[in-house]
Write a protein that binds this ligand. Structure first.
Ligand code: NAD
Ligand code: TYD
Length: 339
């Protein structure tokens, strides 16, 4: 099977490519990625020389390029996106361009080329925010209510994917997952930022009161869900994918990280809240569990330890990032004094 993976040089896409090539000896993969600040080809070192792997640097919103790249492709797995909420608040435009125009471009070509499957990776953030005290969880029937430029553009892309299924019969599947974490995640997101800052004995910024909750999902569990959807998912269906433990606040997560690293909690620094910061996400993943037999395997504490271990062993990887473009962004976001 020939797969086109978009955004494969990013965090989740690179885990998917490494896993897929290692476990499916008949598959070949084209990785199309325009190498934004968030990309890292280092994560793909183990497949770089494989005759079953090809990297193409390019933008998903370039129609002519996509027409060329999608020739003979059976399955598209679409990860490419601008992904960081804080950056979408500073400047929504790249999110509109990549997440909406880019997804439209891929769909249009996939329709023309009659690909056998278009799997779209999306987020639980399209559903908006839950109340902290509520027992409600997002499920496949929850109405969309995105509240940040990032989630609004992901919602737009989900709607387009469904429109191509209903209107043109494109064989699509969609997964909306919760916050991923794991090795090689760009250190702008909460968990890798906390780990790398703690390792450097630098302050860890926590938005608002730190009581916001996310449904944390270890990246390997996300990959196993995507694999299962590709194998057994029903065309036109959406599957929600979430983690094992809920009810853990941002400040609890950071305290867990500090405890594992044996660092003092005074590294925590409360900063102004993110505008429109969603209070809580929580996923009901019973549909994928009942229909496809998927469940997450990693408990939060174990997965955090594995992740921390990776960042301890790969200091060069994240130091290089933090000294580059990241520094400029971080100063814009939090001010110089916090560095
Ligand atoms: P990431 O930011 O680490 O990587 C995104 C990749 O897409 C980068 O390599 C980037 O260069 C590439 N890209 C961006 N715009 C592009 C364009 N126009 N053309 C070609 N390539 C482009 O993101 P991630 O965390 O790996 O997320 C992957 C997908 O999963 C995204 O669609 C995201 O919305 C979704 N998702 C992520 C999370 C999470 O916690 N990370 C949670 C839910 C859903
Ligand atoms: P993040 O990792 O950016 O993921 P998302 O916004 O996609 O859920 O943020 C997770 C939570 O952590 C969110 O409530 C914002 C908060 N947060 C901080 O408190 N400090 C930070 O430096 C960052 C990046 C996020």
């Amino acid at each position: 099977m020939k797969l086109l993976v978009t955004g494969g040089a990013g965090f989740i896409g690179s885990h998917f490519i490494n896993h897929r090539l290692a476990n499916h000896s008949q598959d070949s993969i084209i990785n199309l990625d325009n190498l934004t600040y968030a990309a890292s080809l280092v994560n793909l070192q183990q497949v770089m020389e494989s005759p079953r792997y090809k990297f193409i640097k390019g933008d998903i919103s370039s129609m002519a390029l996509i027409e060329e790249v999608m020739q003979g492709v059976d399955v598209v797995v679409h990860f490419a996106a601008e992904t960081h909420v804080d950056r979408s608040i500073l400047d929504p435009w790249p999110f509109i361009q990549s997440n909406i125009v880019g997804t439209y471009t891929l769909l249009e070509v996939a329709k023309k080329m009659k690909v056998k499957r278009f799997h779209h990776i999306s987020t639980d953030e399209v559903f908006g925010s839950l109340e902290l005290q509520s027992n409600e969880k997002f499920n496949e029937n929850t109405l969309y209510s995105p509240r940040s430029p990032y989630s609004a553009t992901k919602a737009g892309s989900d709607h387009l994917v469904r429109a191509y299924y209903h209107t043109y019969g494109l064989p699509v599947t969609i997964s909306n997952c919760s916050n991923n974490f794991g090795p090689a995640m760009y250190p702008e997101k909460l968990i890798p930022l906390a780990i790398t800052s703690a390792l450097e004995n630098k302050k860890i910024p926590i938005h608002g009161d730190g009581k916001n909750e996310r449904d944390w999902l270890f990246v390997e569990d996300h990959i196993s869900a995507i694999e299962l959807i590709l194998e057994e998912g029903k065309i036109g269906e959406t599957y929600l994918v979430g983690g094992l433990k809920n009810g853990v606040s941002n400040v609890d997560i950071v305290k867990k990280i500090l405890k594992i690293l044996k660092k003092d909690e005074d590294l925590i620094k409360f900063v102004d809240d993110r505008p429109g910061n969603d209070r809580k996400y929580d996923i009901d993943w019973s549909k994928i569990n009942k229909q496809l037999g998927w469940e997450p395997k990693y408990n939060l504490d174990k997965a955090l330890e594995l992740t921390i271990e990776w960042y301890k062993k790969n200091v060069d990887w994240w130091k290089k990032i933090k000294e580059g473009e990241f520094k400029e962004y971080y100063e814009k976001q939090f001010g110089k004094s916090d560095l």
